[in-house]
Write a protein that binds this ligand. Structure first.
Ligand SMILES: NC(=O)c1ccc[n+]([C@@H]2O[C@H](COP(=O)([O-])OP(=O)(O)OC[C@H]3O[C@@H](n4cnc5c(N)ncnc54)[C@H](O)[C@@H]3O)[C@@H](O)[C@H]2O)c1
Ligand SMILES: [Zn+2]
Length: 365
């Protein structure tokens, strides 16, 4: 078992990573939830079995448990679902000393964390992260929120969980495409901060794809540690450090948006985005062609796409979507570009023509 600490202005919290954690959940939340707290377990169909074992452990430790099931998929992060959850808490008489336990991926925790931040102006919430993406990314850093009809994550808050539990056992049932897509984010951590992690990924691809628990624990721990370090230093994205987590995401967001979030999942778009960003870095003389190839090879070994050929998207539409990026500064896109494995720089002032050229080179029409 590994424990990572995350610093936040609101509270410090721990991320616990290991095996067999779900059955001990009731003990982990002692000191976080009030001893006689009521706990609302928020979950989706895909993780019902884990919601039930979490509930048994909580009950054994004296907690009163309720269930709140949300729709599967991104549509769970809607205004209607937020209000349905808030009103369910109210109907069950939840008070400030009660809490929310989110079990699932980023969708469940974004919705639950946001509800926890606004219900009675804030109640404790614990996150059991059940997707690899949630374990390496969304569970850490305190960003919560829902989608508006106009765009993703347009309403939310910074509200850190009181505790994160990442149990390797639950990854057994994770669909293969989800696993592969989340590995793009792990590759990202290697490129931005950790040559050791990058080499580990290169030498252990089959163990990782076969969900070997020790290999998964290693990559989750390294990724969570990097995310925790970065967000602890730049919690509100004001110091310019947190932007490095956006490696591959500037192109990636444009691609997934141009594809209307169909035929491609987020991590796949990030893989293509990293391939494009590395290519751009090599063109600008920031990194060597060797890095571009090394990263490309690793992404391919994980079965991730490295071009938009299958998407039939348009370069101009993708570029326009990129220009709506929330992380623009003074109207300019900022690209995170690799210098070497483990080190990146931020560059603005890349021309629109250059960006479109890269999109076309990777298969956009
Ligand atoms: N808050 C943040 O910092 C942050 C960061 C990155 C992404 N996000 C958000 O996270 C969301 C994506 O999260 P995600 O990739 O975890 O997807 P997800 O939450 O949609 O989960 C994917 C699917 O897998 C199922 N599932 C979850 N765990 C499972 C398991 N162990 N076994 C079998 N099935 C399981 C779920 O029921 C769901 O249908 C997006 O909404 C994104 O905006 C937030
Ligand atoms: Zn991402």
């Amino acid at each position: 078992m590994k424990i990572i600490s995350v610093d936040s202005q609101k509270r410090k919290y721990k991320v616990v990573i290991g095996k067999g954690l779900l059955g001990k959940l009731g003990q982990f939340v002692k000191g976080i939830f009030h001893p006689r707290a009521r706990v609302m377990i928020v979950f989706q169909t895909g993780v019902s079995v884990y919601a039930r074992s979490a509930a048994s452990s909580l009950k054994r430790n004296g907690y009163t448990v309720y269930f709140h099931k949300v729709l599967d998929g991104e549509k769970a992060k809607s205004q209607a679902n937020l209000f349905r959850l808030l009103r369910d808490l109210l109907a069950k008489g939840f008070e400030r000393t009660d809490g929310i336990l989110a079990i699932g991926g980023g969708v469940v925790s974004d919705l639950s964390g946001f509800a926890a931040s606004v219900y009675l102006r804030g109640i404790p919430y614990v996150n059991v992260a059940t997707t690899l993406l949630a374990q390496v990314d969304s569970s850490i850093g305190g960003k919560t929120g829902i989608n508006l009809p106009e765009g993703k994550n347009m309403m939310g808050s910074f509200y850190p969980p009181a505790l994160v539990i990442s149990d390797m056992d639950v990854l057994k049932s994770l669909p293969e495409r989800e696993l592969r897509a989340s590995l793009a984010e792990v590759v990202k951590y290697g490129v931005i901060r950790d040559p050791g992690l990058f080499s580990f990924l290169e030498s252990n691809t089959s163990k990782i794809l076969n969900k070997n628990p020790a290999a998964l624990e290693r990559i989750v721990t390294d990724s969570a540690r990097i995310k925790a370090e970065v967000v602890s230093r730049d919690e509100f994205e004001t110091r310019g450090e947190r932007i490095i987590l956006n490696y591959g995401h500037t192109f990636g967001h444009g691609i997934e948006n141009a594809a209307r979030y169909k035929k491609i999942v987020h991590g796949e778009a990030v893989a293509i985005g990293m391939a494009m960003a590395a290519h751009l870095a090599a063109e600008l003389g920031i990194c060597s062609p060797g890095l571009v190839k090394r990263q490309m090879d690793l992404l391919k070994t994980f079965g991730l796409p490295v071009s938009v050929d299958a998407l039939k998207i348009n370069a101009t539409t993708s570029f326009q979507a990129m220009m709506r990026d929330k992380k623009k500064a003074h109207g300019q896109l900022r690209f995170v570009l690799p210098v070497r494995i483990g080190e990146v720089v931020i560059r603005a002032g890349i021309s629109a023509g250059e960006i479109r050229n890269i999109l076309r080179l990777f298969g956009a029409k």
